[in-house]
Design a protein around this ligand. Sequence first.
Ligand code: MN
Length: 161
Amino acid sequence: MSAPDPRRRHLGGQRWEGVAVEAYKAADEPFRGVTRQRLFGADPGGRSELRYFEVEPGGWTTLERHAHVHQVLVLCGHGRALVGDRLVDLAPLDALAVPPRAWHQLRAGDDEPLGFLCLVDRERDRPERPGAEDLAALRARPQLAEFVRADAGGAPGPQSR
Ligand code: MN
């Protein structure tokens, strides 16, 4: 008897053997065109989860904040991220830290999907979504007003699988 295969073999196109492509969140949450694959997470003894997210062109993740942190590594595509009150461009192999309690949202560019790894604690607090005052504060900055998406029911997007 040998131990289970420790690999998650890449099948091409950002799919991995034995790893299901899951919904990112419930369909009535505010996001557009995002899928999730849990590469590592359920393994005994582990304290973290490594997930791969893919955002379709023009899609975006939920605007949220929480006490736990994210460590993100872009694998493919280009996009932009809101972290706290900063808007940053993202390109392949860029690494991104989301600190505790920082508002964050990632958006793919219009031409190609944005794919990224995201490491989190397995035990973590639930995300908080912005209230009207939070949104008003974010949108008080013109650059952010243009970027943030918080409307409900963003999924599925026009090209979601
Ligand atoms: Mn988050």
